[in-house]
Design a protein around this ligand. Structure first.
Ligand code: NAP
Length: 252
């Protein structure tokens, strides 16, 4: 009998998982990926797609029942803590097994100068003492935290163009999507005379900027992750597939 997997997506790992699950289980597993829908997907998503919020944890629990979801893998971004919390609550309510696929954080290497902070407000608070020209790669949701810093100029990277002006005194926007090369990141930072990089501790494939900062000898203001969701988690797509196999889902 076909069983149904819901992947909470929005990350490269979620797309890779959808591809691996479709390939591994074929018609034995109906793979549905859910996206919040704020950005156009940057990868092809094998399986089915649903787009938009569920309307909170209780509504997600209803969805799991109505759609007869047999398992959920939360492969959202490590900073998508509202969605992860709601998924945990909804799966518990609906009695649906859940696994979190959490990409490993980046690790400091010799030569790195990381300033660890909790949240964008703390990042903004330490900038005046160390920075004049900042490369800001924290995503659209946190730009407002840097609004009061009138003596600092920002190079703001976005995956999609901004809808209107940003609340920053001086800035330029660069629109680009991964992959980013080390040489490209270094050239970008040199061209704009960047003296500080601000990033979330996202982990994953966008770490070339960290190597470039190391080479240029500039500090990195690293916004630490929120706590991970409760319950079981794995770090790789392969381990998520192994969990599906071990759970007896999509048994031949
Ligand atoms: P969030 O704050 O945890 O979630 C806000 C709301 O968006 C949720 O309550 C939910 O709405 C909806 N939502 C989030 N992920 C969803 C999904 N996969 N499917 C359906 N609805 C979803 O999330 P966020 O930080 O805004 O991130 C939004 C999406 O972008 C996530 O899917 C995440 O994986 C991806 N993303 C986030 C970041 C980041 O830095 N935060 C970076 C890259 C990608 P309802 O309450 O209505 O259900």
């Amino acid at each position: 009998m076909t069983q149904r997997l819901l992947i909470l997506g929005g990350t490269r790992e979620a797309a890779d998982l959808a591809a691996a699950a479709v390939e591994r289980f074929a018609e034995r597993l109906d793979v549905v990926t859910s996206l919040a829908g704020r950005l156009a997907p940057s990868q092809i998503l094998p399986g089915r797609l649903r787009v938009g919020g569920f309307g909170g944890a209780a509504a997600l629990a209803d969805y799991l029942g109505a759609e007869r979801i047999d398992a959920v893998i939360d492969a959202t971004h490590p900073f998508a803590k509202t969605m992860s919390g709601q998924a945990a609550a909804a799966c518990e309510t609906a009695g649906v097994p859940r696994l979190a696929l959490v990409r490993p954080p980046w690790r400091q290497r010799p030569g790195d100068d990381w300033r660890l902070v909790h949240g964008a407000a703390q990042a903004a608070a330490i900038l005046p003492a160390i920075a004049r020209r900042v490369f800001l790669t924290t995503g659209p949701g946190s730009v407002g935290a840097f609004a009061g810093l009138e003596r600092i100029w920002f190079l703001v990277r976005r995956f999609e163009p901004a809808n209107g002006p940003l609340p920053l005194a001086g800035y330029e926007i660069v629109v680009a999507r991964p992959p980013f090369s080390e040489a490209g990141e270094r050239a970008l930072m040199e061209r704009h005379r960047i003296d500080t990089l601000v990033t979330k501790q996202s982990g994953g494939a966008t770490e070339a900027k960290l190597a470039a900062a190391r080479e240029l000898g500039i500090p990195v203001v690293m916004i630490e992750r929120p706590p991970p969701p409760p319950g079981p988690f794995v770090a790789t797509v392969e381990d998520a597939i192994a969990w599906l196999e071990a759970s007896g889902l999509a048994r031949a």
